[in-house]
Design a protein around this ligand. Structure first.
Ligand SMILES: NC(=O)c1ccc[n+]([C@@H]2O[C@H](COP(=O)([O-])OP(=O)(O)OC[C@H]3O[C@@H](n4cnc5c(N)ncnc54)[C@H](O)[C@@H]3O)[C@@H](O)[C@H]2O)c1
Length: 288
């Protein structure tokens, strides 16, 4: 049974995963490489607690119980040495994931399961960096983690059914719905989302309409809850570009990243996390 979870990477996703895990009663170590990253994560998590309380979604007791379960930590050894489950949420770059998986394989207890929150990459490949391939799986959360109901669970070639069962139960304990699928690049959700988001950048580049018009058309005409530009600003343009590069390499031409997206990333317009992406949030003052 899972009791102790180590979350690696305290960015957009890691902090959300740590929040819902602590709220569900798991003991959580949130690891990142710098104190600065952890301070940011702590502030964001506090903000989610505050909003949850002001909307009466959580009580003061729940908040205090969850906070007492959360440890922010810059030592990977201490983060994983007694964990039952590690959830990796570091950037979507294979060389970073590889070094993390190699390291935690040496540091974590033998029974510990490893889940990657990758949007696109291969859990089979992550498993190959360890000596416990049957215990490695993808546990794909969505952004913002505390609001999105789904966890997409992806079994790699060597993932044991027992691992998938435990991860499904753990996600359910976190209050999530699940689907369990077999590995293929992009799984179900990222394959569709990357394609739609990329097409929107091609449209913008072609001068078809403003971002507002394109978002409005998709939301009201196709009944999407968010427009593709609103979504990519939330996801992070760099993260989306990394996903597209991977899908382009693995699935071919239809995933070639739009030049305009590449240009935005080069300009540092990464989305809400940098204050400006397709939209400028320094001017809008709306809620994150
Ligand atoms: N952003 C999304 O909407 C979204 C949705 C689903 C899945 N994902 C996936 O989740 C993962 C994380 O994405 P994100 O958007 O949270 O990224 P992010 O850039 O917001 O955060 C990544 C964090 O990892 C930290 N980090 C970098 N190298 C590290 C290392 N070696 N060890 C520990 N921490 C390290 C960084 O300091 C940063 O805090 C990626 O695989 C991404 O594809 C992202």
């Amino acid at each position: 049974m899972i009791q102790k979870i180590a979350v690696l990477g305290s960015g957009v996703m890691g902090r959300g995963i740590a929040y819902i895990s602590a709220l569900a009663g798991f003991s959580v170590h949130l690891y990142d490489t710098s104190d600065e990253a952890l301070t940011n994560a702590k502030e964001e998590i506090n903000l989610i607690f505050q909003k949850g309380m002001s909307r009466q979604k959580i009580s003061l007791e729940q908040k205090e119980a969850a906070i007492s379960k959360l440890t922010f930590i810059t030592s990977i050894k201490e983060a994983v040495q007694s964990a039952d489950l590690v959830i990796e949420a570091v950037p979507e770059k294979i060389e970073i994931k590889k070094s993390i998986f190699e390291e935690i394989d040496k540091l974590a207890p033998e029974h510990c399961l490893f889940a990657t929150n990758t949007s696109t990459m291969s859990p089979t490949e992550m498993a190959s960096f360890t000596k416990r391939p049957s215990k490695v799986i993808a546990m794909h959360f969505f952004n913002p983690v505390h609001k999105m109901p789904l966890v997409e669970i992806i079994k790699g070639l060597e993932t044991a059914q027992e691992t998938a069962d435990v991860i499904k139960m753990t996600a359910e304990k976190m209050g999530k719905e699940t689907v369990v699928v077999n590995e293929f690049p992009g799984f179900v959700t990222s394959r569709i989302s990357a394609l739609v988001g990329n097409e929107a950048f091609y449209m913008l580049q072609e001068g078809i309409g403003t971002p507002e018009d394109i978002d409005k058309a998709i939301k009201l005409g196709l009944n999407y809850p968010m427009g593709p530009f609103e979504l990519v600003d939330l996801v992070g343009l760099d993260t989306r570009l990394n996903n597209l590069n991977y899908l382009h390499k693995t699935l071919g031409e239809k995933y070639r990243p739009a030049p305009l997206l590449i240009q935005y990333v080069k300009a540092g317009r990464l989305g809400r996390k940098t204050g400006i992406g397709v939209y400028d949030y320094t001017l809008r003052g709306d809620e994150a």
